[in-house]
Design a protein around this ligand. Structure first.
Ligand SMILES: [Mg+2]
Length: 326
């Protein structure tokens, strides 16, 4: 009889979850969130769950890349092999370490539920945001994320004015440009944000160039936050080495091994905004565990206000997924 002291059984299932309405970002239209659910089993029968939720346009592996890796394991993984999952498979690193940490007698990971006040609600791009925020406010959200750089700046500035006209003083906007602005339009946005009476929490990734953002940031009160610049762990380190001290949006599900990320957060006392990549409760639970251990200097709302965008998951979703043939 083989003894699996340091080997874990590996099972995985692909899932796909449609958006209720396609999501428009500066990367284009997104209709279905696809990923993998991972289940590890140790020799005592304990189960651990992980989630691979790739975002290839943020530099992660593709879904197929993750499937190929899972298949290459041939049903089991040794612990030393787990810690050697290469950096070009950051979603697999996240899934395997979360599953390892989550090993327990439970048959399924717990569902998480977050107070809306702790979560930033994602508004639709364009002028639809103006009509959409009050419903999210009613649900208890106080921080709202709006994708910008999708339409002409002059149009978006008019919609920003309309948003700010009605948003109460304790409401906060996060403007996320996904790197789509020019240095000129970035300054135009920051001037308008500075006039918003502190209601714009930050302008997220206005430009692709870190150096240009570092040159512009000190001239305005409104903070610039990095997102795309820090999606890969190596990029985060490079930005910190280049002197970045502003907020950083961290997406644990695509950032590699959680323990490595956590060590950096604590060592550098990062001002973190934890964010989802439309993963399910399995990946979100692991990401939240990381956020809870980070104790950021400013308790910023979590970027997890995404469930309303996706088809709801039934209570037996995971169980049924596990019965599916693949
Ligand atoms: Mg972003």
């Amino acid at each position: 009889m083989p003894v699996f002291t340091d080997r874990l059984k590996v099972q995985f299932k692909p899932y796909s979850r449609p958006f209720l309405r396609p999501l428009h970002t500066s990367y284009g239209r997104w209709e279905i969130r696809e990923g993998l659910m991972l289940r590890l089993r140790d020799r005592t029968g304990r189960l651990g769950w992980g989630e691979v939720a790739p975002l290839p346009w943020f530099g992660t592996e593709t879904l197929q890349g993750a499937i190929d890796f899972m298949r290459s394991l041939d049903g089991e993984i040794a612990l030393e092999q787990l810690w050697q999952i290469p950096d070009h498979l950051p979603c697999c690193q996240f899934a395997f370490e979360s599953a390892l940490r989550g090993l327990s007698e439970r048959s399924e990971p717990p569902r998480i539920s977050l107070e809306p006040a702790r979560v930033a609600a994602l508004l639709p791009a364009g002028d639809r945001a103006v009509a959409a925020w009050p419903a999210a406010w009613q649900r208890g959200h106080r921080t709202f994320k709006w994708k910008i750089g999708v339409f002409d700046s002059n149009l978006e500035w008019q919609w920003l004015e309309q948003l700010l006209q009605h948003l109460p003083a304790n409401g906060r906007l996060r403007l996320d440009a996904n790197g789509a602005l020019t240095p000129d339009s970035c300054r135009g946005w920051l001037e308008r944000c500075d006039r918003a009476g502190g209601r714009v929490e930050f302008l997220e990734q206005p430009l692709n160039s870190l150096a240009e953002m570092q040159a512009i940031a000190p001239k305005f009160r409104t903070l610039i936050a990095l997102d795309e610049s820090v999606t890969q762990f190596k990029q985060l380190q490079a930005c910190l080495n280049a002197g970045w001290r502003g907020p950083v949006v961290l997406k644990p599900a695509i950032a590699g091994f959680p323990s490595r990320l956590q060590a950096t957060i604590q060592a550098k006392k990062l001002d973190c905004v934890f964010s989802s990549v439309f993963e399910t409760f399995v990946g979100q639970g692991a990401a939240l565990a990381l956020a809870a251990g980070a104790a950021p200097p400013a308790q910023r709302a979590l970027g997890f206000g995404v469930d309303a965008w996706l088809e709801p998951l039934s209570n037996d979703w995971l169980e049924r997924l596990w019965q599916q043939r693949f």
